[in-house]
Design a protein around this ligand. Structure first.
Ligand code: GTP
Ligand code: MG
Length: 285
């Protein structure tokens, strides 16, 4: 039986930990078992119960305080993640071997982890060896997406994660609840973007010919291959959260191998039910 994992990624402060805790609450409400593993060795606050916490293995503060290493916060994080990659047996022990497990991995926000460092890919390969089906969930803050150029750089970040990890990826625009109704309307065009017309709208503001050409080529590439779409995520909207979850479940075929469970019997049957009435057409005299 497979197990299922979401790698929750995205730039610093994009809402990864909030996404995890929102999803945990949603899963509880719909009676589904979902657990979280914190993979951020610099995490200070999160409000979900963890199945495992990388800080039990290594913490950024300890690495930064080490006199022989002398790392700053970013170098310290990279050191921690490399240490983690050399100690996957810690993760294996913490995860145990439960079939049908569904686990969210709350990852750190340093973008270099998803662009050129090998650790996230090594993690994916390791999880796959443990029979996990892994979906990447890439979060981008909607506050930064209301302008075309910010949007293109958000897409490029999501794309580099997709290309370097080679797993199905669902891209999510977070913090939709903070947008005004006008901004919400404005952002709709970014969810399933028509890059060519977006480019046309903004090309007037680009003065350099070469830069215009490059931006056009990038937009064309994104559009031609329909490579990036975003799903809106509003933590106050249960229906929207459900749609996001359905997309992710579909990409890792969650539910296909689950055994059918009998629905719960109602506590008490109404004693005036006449089943013959329900199943037979009544003939009126
Ligand atoms: N209103 C609102 N605030 C949000 C939402 N998601 C995150 N926030 C706020 O944004 C800030 C950062 O959220 P986190 O969930 O900690 O972001 P993160 O991506 O885990 O951050 P790092 O782990 O530091 O990279 C917090 O103050 C959250 O309360 C959201 O959907 N709506
Ligand atoms: Mg976080």
């Amino acid at each position: 039986m497979p197990r299922y994992a979401q790698l929750v990624m995205g730039p610093a402060g994009s809402g990864k930990s909030t996404y995890c805790s929102t999803l945990i609450q949603h899963a509880e409400a719909i009676n589904r078992s979902v657990q979280v593993v914190n993979l951020d060795p610099a995490a200070e606050h999160f409000d979900y119960p963890v199945m495992a916490d990388i800080r039990e293995l290594i913490m950024v503060d300890d690495v930064m305080e080490d006199e022989s290493l002398r790392f700053g916060p970013n170098g310290g994080l990279v050191f921690c993640m490399e240490y983690f990659a050399n100690n996957f047996d810690w993760l294996e022990e913490s995860l145990g071997h439960v079939e049908d497990d569904y686990i969210l991995f709350d990852c750190p926000g340093q973008i270099e982890l998803y662009t050129h460092l090998p650790v996230m890919r090594q993690l994916v390969e390791q999880l796959q060896q443990w029979e996990f089906r892994v979906c990447g969930v890439f979060l981008v803050d909607s506050q930064f997406m209301v302008e075309t150029f910010k949007f293109i750089s958000g897409i490029m970040a999501a794309l580099s994660a997709m290309v370097s990890l080679e797993i199905p990826t669902v891209n999510i625009m977070t913090k939709m609840d903070l947008l005004s109704p006008k901004a919400k309307k404005e952002i709709e065009k970014y969810l399933d973007p028509d890059m060519y017309s977006m480019m046309e709208d903004n090309s007037v503001t680009i003065r350099s010919k070469k830069f215009k050409k490059l931006t056009k080529a990038i937009c064309g590439l994104i559009d031609d291959y329909s490579m990036v779409r975003f799903l809106p995520f509003d933590r106050t909207d249960e229906e929207g959260i459900n749609i996001v979850l359905q997309h992710i479940d579909f990409s890792i075929q969650y539910g296909e191998d689950l055994e059918f469970k009998e629905p719960k019997e109602p506590e008490e049957e109404p004693d005036n039910t006449n089943y013959d009435d329900l199943f037979q057409d009544k003939v009126e005299d």
